[in-house]
Design a protein around this ligand. Structure first.
Ligand code: ZN
Length: 73
């Protein structure tokens, strides 16, 4: 979800500090540290969804809202 720089639900900016060029090989563009939480499955050891640290909304890997915090659906 590197394309998404802020939360579509609450608008909180996820990108914080730019990553120094010497660390770029360990990351992917646009090279910003992000506060969004990647939640991995313990079964597959792959990222299952993302979690906004500000409003708690879950997103799928494309950045679409998966479940709003406190939602009834
Ligand atoms: Zn949010």
């Amino acid at each position: 979800m590197d394309k998404v720089s802020h939360c579509p639900a609450c608008g909180e900016l996820w990108h914080t500090l730019p990553i120094p060029p010497e660390y770029h090989e360990n990351h992917s563009p646009p090279y910003y540290y992000s506060t969004v939480i990647a939640v991995s499955s313990w079964e597959t050891d792959r990222t299952e969804y993302y979690l906004c640290p500000d409003c708690g909304t879950k997103f799928d890997l494309c950045g679409n809202i998966k479940q709003s915090y406190g939602g009834t659906t």
